[in-house]
Design a protein around this ligand. Structure first.
Ligand code: GCW
Length: 667
């Protein structure tokens, strides 16, 4: 006989089971991307042996216990022991544990070990050393909380309002999550404010907040840097001049720097945008970039600080903007202190979908030089378009400058393998904001991830990094449908198509925006949609698209050959002649270097105009294809991220069509 009590118990059990299922389903659907590539895992218990005890090593320890997917009960040894094969914060990894020269090396080794487990790669014996000593995110965050060229909400560091400088527990938690994500991919520096810098950053109340941020970031190995305004002595200090050779100005900077270091002893240094786009600089006082940078470098030197001095300079009077930073900086080669690094954008004009590499790479021989990449997609669809940037950065870093003969890639010209540099570094303009998913577009997270991985190892491929990111970011165990699948199924139907989509996405953007070497044809300062016609009266010519495409009834393209602006001459041979000659100029850079008639015959026999149409149309088709791929992935992905990406792709398709129609109708 079944009693009422048993029936009641049975019903309760069913109710609880349904509740659990419901909650589980909800939990699956509540994927919002905030965890980035650091998803929670069902872990196995394990042991860590480590004689050190410090905040950084403790993080390594906890990470192992939070993420361990190896055998239950296994023991991992973390040891700080110097070894000649390990450089800087590098590490040695094998199945028994991690060895490093520094605490940070231990942390990086642990993240690598876990990454291997989470991406199903074997733990092999390896020594891994960073390609660049400093791997830095540049935040273009303004002190009122807005972010210049930020497409993921307000700043995570600054805000507006009455209590804007009060440090809350929520702030600290967010900064810690940010620091952890960065450390997990090897990023070790953050510039906390916009290069269009407000002098206010050096006021004590702001410096106190900087200190609070630095305190949270420190255990994760992240140093902070500040962008400074060259006019600070006048604007903040009340001096009459900011002339870098003026004794009072020098003293002002020394005193300010002393104050900064007494508050935060491990500041990495300064980032400076000088005499560029209206920012003040040494040239306002008849001084050179070297004189300006050296004055600051001298003041920072006793504290181990460096100056990252940007080479992004151009003036409206010059005939070819692409030539200018080379023309201005080459004569200064050899004049900079050894704690100055010239920070050069990857390309001569400005982070366009495709440009050749900046000729400053491979030209400076007695000055340290570092690359600045743009992770935020200012010119690549912002947070609406799915564009995986690594293929672009790979193309850039692997470009041969021929500085010291064949094989002098940009990577090797910046990581100290060709000319020794006291400091090596690479920077990426961050795409991070207060949006729940940090980057505005779920796939934009891949660019943050990829930047860190590439900064650690500049030989990693786009394919490898995309593969890792997908495996870490999307779980194969979770689905909002009760369906399950095996690894092969997941790889074939999810991993491979998504990876292909990512790997093609930058080329697609080039196709529907600016194929064959076209560049900077946006309708205005938003840098989003097409506007090859955009030329308001009175606007600086080099801020209007016709300056760049030079299209008229006869033809299209910017003549930078020897008979044009002669920008080709800034490259070493054989590149210089290769770019100069039509027959040898790579077609991807054709209209960058040449002005050609519309009926110019391409290598494939088509005329230029037809080829342009073909590229624009191809770009649109590629994005349609991405949409189809994504639509098929519904069973493999949680609802929220599926729908959010689906909706972004809808917009992406419309944008691509608008680019094609806008440009082709105009041309
Ligand atoms: O590409 C331009 C951007 C500006 C930016 C500038 C720079 C921070 O449109 O917003 O200013 O580059 O890199 O300094």
């Amino acid at each position: 006989m079944i009693t009422m009590k048993e029936i009641y118990k049975h019903l309760m059990r069913i109710f609880i089971e349904i509740l659990v299922l419901f909650l589980a389903a909800f939990a699956v659907q509540a994927e919002n991307g905030h965890e980035l590539w650091l998803r929670k895992h069902n872990v196995n218990p394990m042991n860590v042996v480590c004689s050190e005890n410090s905040p950084t090593v403790n993080i390594a320890h906890q990470e192992l216990q939070k993420g361990w997917q190896g055998k239950t009960g296994e023991t991992i040894v973390l040891s700080i022991k110097s070894d000649k094969s390990i450089q800087g914060d590098g590490y040695k990894l094998d199945a028994s544990g991690v060895q490093a020269n520094t605490e940070l090396g231990i942390l990086y080794g642990v993240y690598e070990l876990l990454r291997r487990q989470h991406t199903d790669q074997p733990i092999i014996d390896e020594v891994s050393n960073p390609s660049y000593e400093r791997r830095i995110l540049d935040h273009w965050d303004n002190l009122d909380g807005t972010v210049e060229r930020g497409y993921a909400g307000y700043s995570i560091f600054w805000r507006q309002g009455k209590d804007s400088l009060a440090v809350t527990e929520r702030d600290k938690l967010l900064w810690q999550e940010y620091a952890r994500a960065n450390a997990s991919v090897g990023i070790n520096g953050s510039v906390l404010n916009n290069v269009n810098a407000s002098p206010k950053i050096l006021k004590i109340e702001f410096l106190k907040r900087v200190k609070a941020i630095a305190d949270v970031l420190r255990p994760y190995g992240i140093k902070i840097y500040l962008s400074i305004n060259f006019s600070s002595p006048v604007m903040l200090g009340g001096l009459k001049t900011s002339d870098p050779l003026d004794a009072k100005v020098i003293t002002w900077w020394k005193t300010k720097i002393k104050e900064i270091y007494s508050l935060i002893p491990d500041v990495g240094g300064f980032l400076v945008k000088a005499n560029s786009e209206g920012q003040p600089g040494p040239q306002d006082f008849g001084r050179t970039h070297a004189e300006g940078a050296n004055m600051m470098a001298d003041a920072l030197k006793p504290y181990g600080g460096i100056v990252m001095w940007r080479a992004f300079v151009y003036s409206p009077k010059e005939r070819d903007r692409a030539r200018q930073s080379y023309d201005e900086f080459i004569p200064l080669d050899g004049q900079f202190r050894d704690n100055v690094i010239i920070q050069v954008k990857n390309s001569p004009v400005d982070f366009q979908p495709r440009e050749p590499f900046s000729p400053l790479f491979g030209a400076m021989k007695k000055t340290s030089i570092m690359a600045e990449l743009q992770i935020t997609q200012e010119y690549l669809g912002q947070s609406n378009q799915l564009v995986y940037l690594l293929t672009m950065w790979e193309e850039f870093l692997q470009s041969d400058t021929y500085q010291e003969g064949t094989g002098s890639t940009v990577a090797r010209c910046t990581d100290g393998s060709i000319f020794p540099q006291k400091y090596t570094a690479i920077a990426g303009v961050a795409n991070i904001g207060l949006d729940t998913n940090w980057c505005g577009h779920h796939f934009a997270q891949a660019n943050w991830y990829a930047f860190g991985r590439l900064a650690w190892n500049n030989r990693l491929t786009s394919d490898k990094i995309a593969d890792e990111w997908i495996r870490l970011t999307f779980s194969r165990q979770q689905t909002n449908h009760s369906k399950t699948w095996n690894d092969n199924d997941w790889e074939e139907h999810f991993l491979f198509p998504i990876k292909q989509m990512m790997l093609q996405s930058r080329e697609a953007a080039v196709n529907y925006m600016m194929p064959l070497g076209l560049h900077h044809i946006f309708a205005g300062d938003h840098h989003y949609g097409p506007g090859p016609w955009y030329a308001p009266k009175g606007l600086r010519l080099d801020w209007t698209p016709p300056y760049y495409h030079q299209a008229d009834t006869n033809g299209i393209g910017f003549d930078r050959t020897r008979t044009g602006s002669n920008a080709v001459n800034q490259y070493h041979e054989p590149l210089c002649s290769q770019f100069n000659k039509l027959e040898t100029c790579p077609e991807i850079y054709l209209l960058w270097f040449h002005h050609l008639p519309w009926d110019y015959k391409m290598k494939n026999g088509r005329i230029l105009w037809d080829e342009l149409c073909y590229h624009y149309d191809n770009g649109v088709q590629q994005v349609h294809q991405f949409q189809k791929i994504w639509d098929n992935e519904k069973p493999y992905i949680d609802t929220q991220r599926f729908e959010e990406v689906q909706s972004k792709l809808r917009r992406h398709c419309r944008d691509a069509q608008i680019w094609k129609d806008g440009c082709l109708l105009y041309f």
